[in-house]
Design a protein around this ligand. Sequence first.
Ligand SMILES: [Ca+2]
Ligand SMILES: [Ca+2]
Length: 231
Amino acid sequence: MLSARVVLKVSALAVALAGCAAAATITVTPATQYQTIEGFGGFGPMKVWWSGDNATYYTDAWLDLVINDLGLTMLRDVPPSVMEEPNDNADPAVLNLAGFNLNNKPYGDSRFSAHLAFLRAIKQKADASGEPFRLLASWWSPPAWMKQSGVTTNGGYIKDDMYEEFAEMVAGYCKIVQRDCGYLPYAVSPRTNRRLRSPTSHASGPRRDWRGSAGSSAGGWPAKGSALSGS
Ligand SMILES: [Ca+2]
Ligand SMILES: [Ca+2]
């Protein structure tokens, strides 16, 4: 089957190139692997996080469906911008987990406590089923006070003097997930949808320094695995 698909793709490419002036030689080596799929899954809970406080974000039946029927082994969470609203303290080098905001929602669409409850439940379901589970986290926006625009919507970028604060918030997220859910995220990314500039919900955009590419030439998942291990 693989050989048939390769032939079809090469044939299609040959047709596409037929009108080109220069001939090209293409060598396909199916045995050579360039990419490893580390998990399979999706984004968020049963309802989108902007469904409101009264929404049911997971049920045991839904968790059973995604873990044991769908076969989810990897999930992406979008940490709420209000998780560090206000600042934990005046020093980004001194992480004060007690200063993080789990329950209040001065703006945005979800509370950190709701995320933690879901992340705890889905990991417990995976564990009970003997299935692997990895969490990816990517931010849609820093808190409003870290941005030049002062809001989490309509683009904007992180202020030059807030890089350390943002890094501290990411560390705080990882530590609180570990504390309250019993595991560390597998990977984090400074932002989601790095090329998307939505006027309504996605924040951050035009500045080179807020495209999620720091530390990663691909702009994908800059920190993962061993980088997130330890205390
Ligand atoms: Ca802080
Ligand atoms: Ca601090």
